[in-house]
Ligand binder design. Sequence first.
Ligand SMILES: Nc1ncnc2c1ncn2[C@@H]1O[C@H](COP(=O)(O)OP(=O)(O)OP(=O)(O)O)[C@@H](O)[C@H]1O
Length: 421
Amino acid sequence: MIRFDAVSKNYPNGTTAVDELSLELAEGGITVLVGPSGCGKTTTLRMVNRMVEPTAGTVSLRGQNIREIAAPELRRGIGYVIQHAGLFPHRTVLDNIATVPLLLGWGKKKARSRAAELLELVGLPAAMAKRYPYQLSGGQQQRVGVARALGADPPVLLMDEPFSAVDPIVRGELQAEFIRLQKELNKTIVFVTHDIDEAIKLGDHIAVLRTGGKLAQFDTPERLLAHPADDFVADFVGQDRGIRRLSFVKAADLPLREGLVLPADSPVARARAASEPWVLVVDGDRRPLGWAAVADLPNGGTLADAALTPLGHTFSLAGDSARAALDAALLSPSRLAVGVDPQGAVVGVADAYELSAAMTGDGAVGDAAVEKSTAEESPAGGESADVATAEDAVSKVQVAKGDKGSGSDSADSAGAGGDGR
Ligand SMILES: Nc1ncnc2c1ncn2[C@@H]1O[C@H](COP(=O)(O)OP(=O)(O)OP(=O)(O)O)[C@@H](O)[C@H]1O
């Protein structure tokens, strides 16, 4: 939709801000430009609305070279949000948001009613309409900035470090709100940040630029974490990319073990026969009761007589990522994470060692799942009698319970929530 063909920007002082950039940005997606300070992110962004003209190459919008579109007309279809919001200090919040509709000659009443809608859309109370920018917090100002950019409902939004000037908590809130808003609006967004975490959280695609305005890699967040193109990208993405990558692996794709999940009325001998240091004891509805250490079990009787160690937290196969599963495993006394279905029934347990294979990227779990989530293919085979993909196990449990699956999330799941996107 937005296409850069061998675009360069050289300044008269000899600086090459952007160097032969070729990039195709998908319609209706968020493309993040990320890279160290001075690598040409803002210059690239501003070439889309002709605030900066390229020295060489072409930028096109829906197939048309933007040089052929008069700048004011071009900008009517492109919203622009900057750091510190850049609001007009002498205008009320409502009039700030109404700026573009008024410029387009909508008339005061219609422009203000549109502004009121947008105020609500960005999550601000109507009572703020009459305030002036100095009477708002930084985060609230930024929301007004987003609302103003959406004034004429432009198909394209350019956002230059829009959330950089607020504290980390407000920033997280703004990012979450932004993801929600984009689901509703489906704009084509080009988003500049120097923060790789923000890029991974928000981007459908990420362009990593290196100093000198050269493109280092253009990829999905999943692939950037799994397969950085070179040492520069690997360093920029960070040492903990293995763990962060787990956010993109669905818990439903993890291998699960079922053999050590036993009902409370099972004889102790059955737990010993499992040849495992721990067994998970469940009730008649397969809800988890706790871990039993096999070495400490009484000589006879059933598991109902055993002293149980609390679970820690479970993870939800329906909604959590492998990152939540790994966290559950690390906090579990058995180092095994308990996966539950939407009703809170145990589907199986995941082993910390297998999860760490996904984390290092060398194991089939992580690679297969990342590729799968990218390509949306069906899971590969290769399951043992006791190890199946969680998706299969969920359906087995649901069939056993005569349940076709409700799809609602488990209230019992204490998965990290928020570690995914
Ligand atoms: N008008 C200008 N004249 C000369 N050099 C410029 C001009 N504007 C930008 N530059 C230079 O071009 C390079 C890229 O600048 P740009 O602002 O695009 O980088 P950036 O990646 O957005 O940086 P930051 O993250 O620090 O905002 C920098 O070296 C900058 O100094």
